[in-house]
Write a protein that binds this ligand. Structure first.
Ligand code: ADP
Length: 713
């Protein structure tokens, strides 16, 4: 990695990074990206320790950062530069001291990673900057010359907050990790609850924002959720909740889970506490009810792969924004919308975010929901449908469709989550759902069974494929056999949850519609593969879980090398798509990734070897190279290991690790569960609507952005 030098005669740009307010996992990734991007552009980068307090105190709380100072922190939770709440910064006097300290270091650009409070403070500071400088000059605390060199303060704000409560970004740094903690806890609670047929009330963080509660409920298949933005719309909500829970019990459900955000309230604005919900359930259901308040566990621990990458991408963008702003300065919020890094006016975003909290306090709940993103509202709608869905008899005279669900391709965590949602929504709307065993092999044999409401219990969180899956793509006489199966079972629509195999098979069936009339039914592919290599979809179900499995494994591999100088060549899955290699490289701090898309040449390997030798000679202890399994057929992982080890000439040793099938296993991450739920809900709607048409389509749905846009081709 090059470290560009500033142009001769021009003083290098100086910028500083600080973390403020509540800590959030992924802040370290952002700090690392800010420091390294700044250095790479020839800037001088400082870290301000302990948030605004460090800026007010000055001295050694403001320190120059080096490339290596931010090494080895990607996987660490919290923030290594410390964070604090600072009473002094609320006062002009405190901010005057802060300005003096910044001026002493000639710093006039800040990357601030914090919540809306911190960003508000930063905005006020920026507005006052010229006056503060004038005062410092007047009182002799700063020279006019130095002050004149820094007429404006430039600010780039990144939102570090587990609550995901900021306007202007789909995700805040830390929210995904908090959801990891929440889903792990609820999964664990579900198993004990099911053993005893108990109900649990789980309280999660979120004073003004129900994001964690809502998404946690969606990811874990909870029975009821209470969030601040949208209180229960009836006064007797306790009756409705108890009725739902007891119906679930009658249907065979062994565990009941209610998730409540700490800021939950009723229509009248009165807080609803977890103990109140517990008492209601105990009295009315006559069951044993337990409360678990998750608390600070949600803030802690190693950041998820998503948060590491979000922090990295945002930190990088913040520095580019500052350097591009030049002397004009500016105050932007770096966010992510539709899976793309964006920038928006800082204060507009802060004001909009605060407007939600105000709307809740003023009991304007429709307005509060309106101010949340469309994906939040959509998730709430889906959740409401899912919790209200109960196995009931179809309406009299209704056409009952027979819809088949199958998995295809390699296993992808989240396949079961999608199948569960499809089955339950299908059954709830009066249709008959059939599960095909073992992918297209089962369809050829006609091996399927009706799936009832309870047959998919527990599938929300289970990894693997309960229906069974394989890579069979039908050919020749298989097509005839499939058309017979479809006719025998009177199938009206087919949902294929899977990867490339499923797409290829569905395409083949669609192109054979003229020869096999049984294929004239709607068919839909829902993208589920860890390889993330499907058309029309930026993120397929399973890729996020695989990415986290890789990051966890690589963290451990790196830790194993503490004492020696060692380089690892880690091979990950992905076939011809470098997504897993690239994103895991970003999440684990690899110095090099080898992708199929880019290929590998001997000259590349030579350059990388030289880079390794230079690094280890400088004192580096661990090296990490990640290769996609099909990066190059000749330059394999073992070839690279032998080459680097031989040419390293004892300076460092080299080990290879081929991660293999652990990448396809594991329970799905919250992100994969949430996307699987949303896509499956849309898929079933589509199949039902399409089945009524004279010429039903074949289609695939895709996630075009994080907001869950639904596309069809
Ligand atoms: P968060 O950034 O997570 O929302 P806080 O609201 O506690 O956390 O804010 C963190 C710090 O930011 C405060 O302790 C204070 O130093 C500073 N800050 C917050 N609001 C303001 C404000 N209105 N004026 C000046 N400084 C502020």
């Amino acid at each position: 990695m090059s470290m560009a030098q500033p142009m001769k005669g021009i003083a290098p740009k100086r910028l500083a990074v600080l973390t403020s307010g509540g800590d959030a996992p992924g802040m370290n990734a952002a700090v690392r990206a800010v420091v390294r991007t700044g250095l790479d552009h020839g800037a001088e980068v400082f870290a301000i320790y302990e948030g605004f307090q460090g800026m007010v105190d000055g001295g050694d709380r403001i320190r120059p950062m080096t490339w290596d100072a931010v090494g080895g922190i990607l996987h660490r939770g919290g923030t290594i530069i410390g964070t604090a709440r600072c009473a002094a910064f609320f006062t002009r006097e405190g901010r005057l001291k802060a300005a003096r300290n910044l001026l002493e270091f000639e710093i006039d650009s800040l990357v601030i990673i914090g919540g809306d409070g911190s960003l508000t403070g930063a905005h006020i500071f920026r507005q006052e900057w010229p006056e503060l400088l004038a005062e410092l000059v007047e009182s002799g605390q700063a020279s006019a010359e130095v002050a004149g060199r820094h007429p404006v303060l430039t600010i780039a704000g990144l939102v570090g907050s587990i609550d995901n409560d900021m306007f202007g970004t789909d995700m805040t740094i830390g929210a995904d990790t908090a959801l990891h903690r929440i889903t792990a806890a609820i999964d664990a609670i579900s198993s004990t609850a099911a053993s005893h047929q108990r109900a649990f009330v789980v309280e999660v963080m979120g004073r003004h924002c129900g994001y964690l509660a809502l998404m946690g409920a969606l990811a874990c298949g909870a029975d009821w959720v209470l969030i601040p933005e949208s209180p229960p719309d009836v006064d007797n909500w306790e009756d409705v909740m108890c009725h739902l829970l007891s119906s679930g019990r009658k249907a065979g459900r062994r565990d009941s889970i209610v998730i409540i955000a700490e800021g939950a309230r009723d229509r009248n604005g009165s807080p609803i506490s977890s103990t109140y919900v517990k008492d209601v359930l105990e009295q009315r259901l006559g069951e044993d009810v337990r409360v678990t308040i998750l608390g600070h566990v949600q803030r802690g621990g190693s950041p998820s792969a998503f948060d590491r990458n979000l922090g990295t991408l945002m930190g990088h963008a913040a520095v580019e924004e500052i350097l591009a702003a030049g002397q004009d300065g500016g105050a932007s919020l770096i966010g992510m919308r539709g899976n793309r890094i964006t920038k928006s006016p800082l204060m507009f975003c802060v004001e909009q975010s605060q407007a939600v909290a105000r709307a809740i306090t003023e009991k304007e709940y429709d307005k509060a929901m309106e101010l949340r993103s469309s994906s939040f509202r959509e998730a709430f709608r889906t959740l409401k449908t899912l919790v209200q869905a109960l196995p009931h008899e179809p309406d009299a005279g209704q056409r009952r469709l027979r819809l088949a669900v199958l998995n295809a391709g390699g296993p992808a965590p989240g396949m079961n989550t999608a199948a569960r949602v499809a089955v339950r929504l299908g059954v709830d709307t009066g249709h008959i759902m059939l599960g095909v065993q073992q992918g297209f092999t089962g369809l050829i044999k006609g091996d399927m069974r009706e799936l009832g409401w309870m047959s998919v219990a527990g599938w929300a969180s289970a990894g693997g494929s309960e229906l069974g899956t394989n890579r069979k793509v039908p050919v020749g006489s298989d097509l005839y056999a499939i058309s017979k199966s479809l006719e025998n079972w009177r199938i009206d629509g087919l949902l294929i949850i899977g990867g490339w195999t499923g797409y290829e098979a569905a395409y083949r069936l669609c192109t054979e519609r003229n020869n096999f009339p049984a294929f004239n039914i709607p068919m839909l592919c829902l993208p589920a593969t860890i390889d993330n290599n499907l058309p029309g979809s930026e993120l397929s179900i399973g890729a996020d879980t695989a990415l986290n499995s890789i990051a966890e494994a690589v963290d451990k591999i790196k830790q194993s090398a503490v004492a020696s100088r060692r380089c690892f060549v880690v091979e990950v899955m992905g076939r011809r798509c470098g997504y897993l290699a690239l994103m895991s490289g970003l999440a684990t701090g690899a110095e090099r990734v080898y992708l199929h898309e880019e290929g590998v040449t001997l000259a590349d390997l030579q350059a990388d070897l030289n880079h390794l030798i230079a690094g280890f000679s400088r004192g580096k202890r661990v090296g990490l190279m990640i290769r996609d399994e099909e990066a190059n057929p000749v330059y394999s992982a073992s070839f690279m290991r032998d080459l680097f080890e031989e040419e390293g000439k004892g300076l460092f040793d080299v080990r290879q690790a081929i991660l293999g099938h652990l990448q396809q296993g594991g329970n799905p991450t919250p992100f994969d569960r949430i996307q699987a739920t949303r896509l499956a809900a849309r898929s079933i709607e589509w199949l039902i609507a399409e089945a009524e048409k004279p010429a039903p389509a074949g289609a695939f749905i895709g996630l075009q952005d994080f907001a869950g846009e639904f596309g069809r081709a």
